[in-house]
Design a protein around this ligand. Structure first.
Ligand SMILES: *[C@@H]1O[C@H](CO)[C@@H](O)[C@H](O)[C@H]1NC(C)=O
Ligand SMILES: *[C@@H]1O[C@H](CO)[C@@H](O)[C@H](O)[C@H]1NC(C)=O
Ligand SMILES: *[C@@H]1O[C@H](CO)[C@@H](O)[C@H](O)[C@H]1NC(C)=O
Ligand SMILES: *[C@@H]1O[C@H](CO)[C@@H](O)[C@H](O)[C@H]1NC(C)=O
Ligand SMILES: *[C@@H]1O[C@H](CO)[C@@H](O)[C@H](O)[C@H]1NC(C)=O
Ligand SMILES: *[C@@H]1O[C@H](CO)[C@@H](O)[C@H](O)[C@H]1NC(C)=O
Ligand SMILES: *[C@@H]1O[C@H](CO)[C@@H](O)[C@H](O)[C@H]1NC(C)=O
Ligand SMILES: *[C@@H]1O[C@H](CO)[C@@H](O)[C@H](O)[C@H]1NC(C)=O
Length: 486
């Protein structure tokens, strides 16, 4: 499998570096490879600078893929494999196994139905931010269809040489658990985003309760039976935008030590994958002392893999002494709330991973993408991050962009304007150095026409860039504007 994977990456390098054409998410110039095929010359060699190349954000499964069919999945998985991703997140179909596990402990379908959220809102239910659905319960037909889809997705990931990061039991349970198990250690999570307590303050079974490992083992056994023994990586977030019941450091350490013990009871080689977003989002709660106690509850450094979710703008690894030794992944994050716009910080995403890796005592083990929504566009950002994972020095941005443009667009008719336009984009929208723009860039063209209120409102943060310069990029060769800016 590993051999197949490596050869896939080198085939892609041949196509792009030597063949001079590209294969992207929605298209390909593979048919334009020169004939006869150019010789390789010196053998292609290369290796990744990190063991893990990661992809997805838990919320992408709501913002982007909630209603995808396997055709769309298949296309994206090919795109990931060609770019060397070996550790993608695989959340689809979670509820099917969770429902079975809940039924087993005695919860009724009505109890469970009142807990689960609708398709587009599931990430926040999985995070324990919200519970319940409005406008009817999650249909079982949908749950079953998603389960069948996940079987296809996981099989395809494995076939492409990738290791899926699979779900696990987090501790979030239907309210009825408190009446079913009156003596169990159960607390309410905090309130999320102003929701009424009936829809938030999600019920949390504390990991030191004996029921927790019992449910974990059952969940993971069912999951292994469904997808095969294909991964030891488990995504598990308990405090994402949700503060712990207590800030007592011994409480926090006991949460993680017991959660981790439950994973290892279920899978002796389990690795706990967790987003590091909480440490940024809830900075006031997560003092260094609490972070250290929380992470310290898990015994070995490589038993955890933390996603440093917003490394290019709000890194947390550098304030936590490289997560106090736990392994972590350098991630690029934008498209907040699934809002799409051209945005990136090419200097930060090329120099950042290298500086982090070379930091004395760094426990960084991966590079990846954690964009909230992923749609067409911004592929230059994704390509350069994933290519940076294969280069021990920071990639040369202008050189990279030039090659990227020439392999992407028809070479014979490529006007110089295409290169000029991309040179402007790469130094404006893709050179966003402001860490406070919250990575949500919304084009004015996407909005309803108005004379006021077009900027500086939620979801449309101001960006400091030279608009006149950017407008210039779109003026070159108007007739082909569309072709060169997508
Ligand atoms: C809960 O604990 C109380 C007091 O220890 C005990 O009397 C009761 O039987 C327990 N209930 C259950 C359901 O275990
Ligand atoms: C959790 O919240 C519910 C209301 O939604 C409340 O009835 C219950 O008492 C709370 N439980 C705890 C342990 O605070
Ligand atoms: C919900 O969480 C908030 C803290 O975020 C807390 O003040 C409130 O008491 C909680 N409500 C319930 C019903 O648990
Ligand atoms: C799963 O694979 C691991 C090796 O990666 C092995 O130790 C374990 O016994 C396998 N479990 C099952 C249920 O086959
Ligand atoms: C934290 O919890 C432990 C164990 O329950 C307790 O002994 C200790 O006094 C608590 N510390 C604080 C500061 O409350
Ligand atoms: C971590 O790095 C970021 C980005 O370079 C910087 O803004 C922040 O001040 C650094 N934090 C610490 C504690 O060094
Ligand atoms: C980066 O590439 C450009 C264009 O290919 C070249 O002019 C420049 O010298 C390179 N910069 C460095 C630092 O290598
Ligand atoms: C948006 O807000 C920023 C900061 O408050 C301000 O500098 C800028 O002028 C505002 N932009 C617009 C278009 O109102």
């Amino acid at each position: 499998m590993e051999v197949a994977f490596i050869s896939l990456i080198f085939s892609f390098s041949y196509v792009t570096e030597i063949g001079g054409v590209d294969i992207w998410w929605t298209g390909s110039r593979l048919h334009e490879l020169p004939s006869p095929l150019p010789s390789v010359g010196a053998p292609l060699t290369g290796s990744s600078i990190v063991p893990y190349r990661y992809h997805f954000n838990t919320v992408t499964f709501g913002y982007t893929t909630a209603f995808w069919t396997f055709d769309k999945w298949s296309l994206l998985l090919d795109w990931l494999a060609l770019r060397g991703v070996n550790l993608p997140l695989a959340w689809v179909g979670y509820e099917a196994i969770l429902i079975e596990t809940f039924r087993e402990v005695g919860l009724t379908d009505a109890d469970i139905g009142s807990f689960l959220s609708g398709p587009a809102f599931q990430p926040w239910n999985r995070f324990g931010n919200i519970q319940g659905a409005w406008g009817g319960e999650l249909p079982m037909q949908w749950v079953n269809d998603q389960f069948a889809l996940q079987k296809q997705i996981v099989a395809r990931m494995v076939e492409l040489g990738m290791t899926p990061i699979l779900p696990s039991f987090t501790g979030f349970v239907p309210r009825a658990m408190t009446t079913l198990f009156p003596n169990a250690s159960i607390v309410n999570g905090s309130q999320w985003s102003g929701f009424p307590s009936s829809l938030t303050n999600v019920t949390f079974l504390e990991p030191f309760d004996p029921l927790f490992p019992q449910i974990q083992k059952s969940f993971i056994a069912k999951q292994q039976a469904a997808y095969g023994n294909v991964s030891h990586f488990y995504t598990l977030d308990q405090y994402n935008e949700n503060d712990p019941f207590s800030g007592n450091t011994s409480y926090l350490a006991s949460i993680t030590s017991n959660t981790f013990a439950s994973l290892r009871e279920a899978d002796p080689e389990a690795i706990w994958v967790m987003q590091g977003w909480l440490f940024f989002n809830s900075l006031a709660f997560w003092t260094d002392e609490r972070v250290e106690a929380f992470l310290g509850g898990v015994p070995e450094d490589d038993s955890m893999l933390i996603l440093d979710l917003y490394s290019e703008a709000q890194p947390q690894w550098n304030r936590t002494n490289s997560y106090f030794g736990k392994s972590w992944v350098w991630c690029e994050l934008h498209d907040f709330g699934g809002n799409m716009g051209m945005e990136g910080n090419l200097p930060a995403i090329t120099t950042g991973p290298i500086a982090s890796l070379n930091w004395p005592g760094s426990s960084m083990k991966g590079i990846g993408l954690s964009m909230e929504g992923q749609e067409l566009g911004n592929e230059i950002v994704y390509d350069i991050v994933l290519d940076q994972a294969w280069s021990s020095s920071a990639l040369n941005i202008s050189g990279y962009v030039e090659k990227w443009v020439s392999r992407r667009y028809p070479a014979k008719s490529l006007p110089p304007a295409a290169q000029k336009a991309w040179s402007i984009l790469s130094t404006t929208v893709y050179n966003n150095q402001n860490p406070n723009t919250q990575a949500t860039i919304k084009s004015i063209f996407e909005k309803a026409p108005a004379l006021t209120g077009l900027a500086n409102i939620t979801g449309s943060h101001a960006v400091s860039l030279d608009v006149a310069k950017l407008a210039h990029a779109s003026r070159f060769d108007r007739s082909s504007y569309h072709h060169y800016l997508v």
